[in-house]
Design a protein around this ligand. Structure first.
Ligand code: ATP
Ligand code: MG
Length: 355
């Protein structure tokens, strides 16, 4: 029987608090199911490590991580450390070197969660954001810096292979989950080089999935549709920047950062995939014990699905939903007065009843 080996990077701020609760829920599953074996190894990298060592992870950090089955990541961010360090020297190297080119973010309104929308229709779709190229490249630069005509050029890199693999992943997911439509975010009317290639390749991939409809929307209109008719989406595929914006918008529609999970997936399984709540280190509430652990617990559920235990993954999401519906143990962002640990324990107890 496999023992899943998980590298845990709790990070900064509320990262360690919410990650501890995700582990609590996984341990509860382990207690209940003798066939489920999982081990955790913590890595204390992050801003404190940077302040002490002058780098945010050891030189051989990636080497240390590469043989794990998955990574559970808290959050990094600290006002004493520039974002260039936390993003470009920790998160990006992991995503890029481990070829986690798919960023998956479920946008699902759980029962018991308030949405800013009046529309009560169920919202349940998956956004796949391209995670390795696109608009977030560091190619470009500043020109004429001493002059009044100063300018900056920021290049976008869209490759045929890059679009093909994210589009395929989205369509495969749609097929596997019996979805009937994939929506592609574009802006090829104005961004005529990169987005035209995006459109062409997505369309080409769609041809292999005759039973699934391809809908292509301009990003500006699509953002509006997210608000006006979120119930109409099933699977959305988007470039790095468009996906980033759409998923934060989607998260806001279904209860906010405290309940929004994500996975950075290496579909080829050549390196570990990484799972993390989409929120950051939230320094404003760090150390107060009131962070909502649901986003991170749900991220752990995505991890179990990826590792081949969809049954346990579903049990976790069901447990979260039942605890929310009961409404007795809720953190302040959900309108309650419970602590991070109380909500984590409530979900851990519930999941044990469900399996
Ligand atoms: P970072 O620089 O690490 O991204 P940030 O300042 O952007 O941190 P976020 O973590 O993105 O902060 O959080 C933005 C807001 O959402 C904060 O006001 C924070 O308190 C709130 N928030 C984020 N995560 C949670 C959570 N799990 N529970 C409750 N509130 C949260
Ligand atoms: Mg942030």
């Amino acid at each position: 029987m496999t023992t899943y080996k998980i590298a845990v990077l709790p990070g900064d701020g509320i990262g360690p608090d919410v990650t501890a609760e995700a582990i609590k829920v996984l341990e509860a599953l382990k207690q209940q199911d003798p066939d489920f074996k999982i081990e955790f190894r913590p890595f204390e990298w992050g801003s404190e490590y940077y302040l002490e060592h002058g780098r945010i992870m050891p030189e051989d950090g990636l080497d240390q991580l590469k043989s794990f089955d998955a990574i559970l990541f808290g959050a990094v961010g600290d006002k004493r450390v520039p974002d260039e360090i936390t993003i470009w020297e920790l998160i990006m190297p992991i995503r890029k070197n481990f070829q986690q080119y798919v960023n998956m973010r479920p946008i699902r309104r759980l029962a018991g969660i308030e949405s800013p929308l009046k529309n009560e229709q169920p919202i349940d779709f998956m956004v796949f954001r391209e995670n390795a190229e696109g608009e977030y490249s560091n190619i470009g630069g500043r020109l004429y810096q001493q002059q009044s005509q100063e300018m900056a050029i920021q290049n976008t890199v869209i490759t045929k292979q890059g679009v093909e693999r994210i589009a395929k992943y989205a369509f495969e997911y749609a097929r596997k989950n019996k979805k009937s439509k994939v929506t592609s975010a574009t802006k090829s009317n104005a961004i005529i080089h990169s987005m035209k290639l995006w459109d062409e390749v997505v369309k080409e991939v769609a041809e292999d999935y005759g039973e699934i409809e391809l809908e292509s929307n301009f990003i500006d209109a699509l953002a509006a549709y997210f608000v006006m008719r979120p119930e109409s989406f099933e699977v959305v595929v988007a470039s790095n920047l468009f996906g980033d914006i759409l998923t934060d918008l989607g998260a806001a529609l279904v209860g906010g950062l405290g309940v929004s999970p994500s996975g950075n997936i290496n579909p080829d399984r050549t390196f570990p995939s990484m799972f993390e709540a989409i929120h950051g280190s939230a320094p404003d509430i760090a150390g107060k014990g009131i962070a909502n652990p649901i986003a991170q617990i749900w991220s752990a559920a995505l991890m179990l699905d990826h590792l081949g235990r969809p049954d346990l993954s579903t049990a976790i999401v069901d447990a979260i939903e039942q605890v929310l519906q009961e409404g007795r143990v809720l953190t302040p962002d959900l309108g309650g007065t419970s602590t991070t640990q109380e909500l984590g324990s409530a979900i851990a107890e519930k999941v044990q009843q469900l399996i």
